[in-house]
Design a protein around this ligand. Sequence first.
Ligand SMILES: [Zn+2]
Length: 303
Amino acid sequence: MPGKPWTRNNSILKTLLLIGSAWLWAASAAAAPSDESGEKPLLEALDGEIAPGSLLMGQTRPEATVRLDGRRLRVTPEGHFVFGFGRDAEGLVGLSLKLDEREESHVFRLRERDWPVQKIEGVPQRTVDPPTGETLKRIRRETAAVQAARARESDLRHFLNSFRWPLYGPITGVYGSQRVYNGEPGRPHYGVDIARPAGTPVRAPNAGEVVLAHPNMFYSGGTLIIDHGYGVTSTFIHLKNLKVEKGDKVRKGEVVATVGSSGRATGAHLDWRINWYQTRINPQTLVGDMIKRYRSANNTEGE
Ligand SMILES: [Zn+2]
C-alpha cells in the first residue's frame, strides 16, 4: 500500500480539513472556486455523512483514479463511486483523486458516535454457547460463503438509485447496538430489525442480483444476499421462505422472501443489512422515515 496519499498536497485544490458533516462539505465543494485554468474540481460531488455506518456516493470524471486511504475505488463509466464507513470507524480518512497530471486530496474527520446496549433474553442457548466440533465447522463454512458473496465485484449500478424499506413495521433493533444475549455479551448488531408476523412479504429494497440464498444458516437462519453493484449488497436474515434463487435478477419492490424467526432470533422479524464489501453500513441512512410510511401503509398488508 502506498503511503498516506492525502499528505501529498497539490497546488490545484488545497487539502480540506473538515470537522463536521459531508452535507456541509458537499455544499462547499459545489461552491469551490475553480483553479486558474477554470477547471472543475475532480471531486464534483459527494453525498452522505462522514460518520460511522454511512454510505457515501461521489462523482468525478470517468477516467479519474480514486483512492480511499490508499485503497483504490472502482469508478463507473459515468464517473460515480461509492464507499462506506463501518460502525467503529474513527479519526481521519483521506480521499485522493487523480487524472493525468492533476491530483486532489481531501481529508475528513469522522463524526464520533456512541452506540446503545440492547439485552436480548430467550434466544436458543445453543446459539449463545461457544460453538464446537461440527457446529463450529458449519459456522466457518457459512461465514466464508457470506463473505464471498459480499466480496463480489459486479458492474451493476443499481446502488445509484434510491433504496426503499423492504417492508414496513415497528423497528425493534437498530444498527450498531451492543448486544447481550441471555446475559452473555455478543457481537454488535449490524442490521435494522423490523417486527412483522411470520410470512409477511419482504421486498427487494433496490434492484439487483441474488448472490446468496441459503434456507437455514446456524446464526442467521434463512439468509438472502442481493448485490446492488460496486460492493453494495443487502442481506436479509431469519427468513422463513426464500422466493428467489442464486443468480436471479430482481426488481426494486419485488417479493424476494418472507419474514421468519429462523436462526438466533426470539421472534418473527426481518433483519435487513447493507454492506459495502465486508464493511457494515447502517441501512436506515439510505431510506426515509419509517413511522410516517408505516402509518400510511399500515392498512395494506405492510405495504
Ligand atoms: Zn437483528
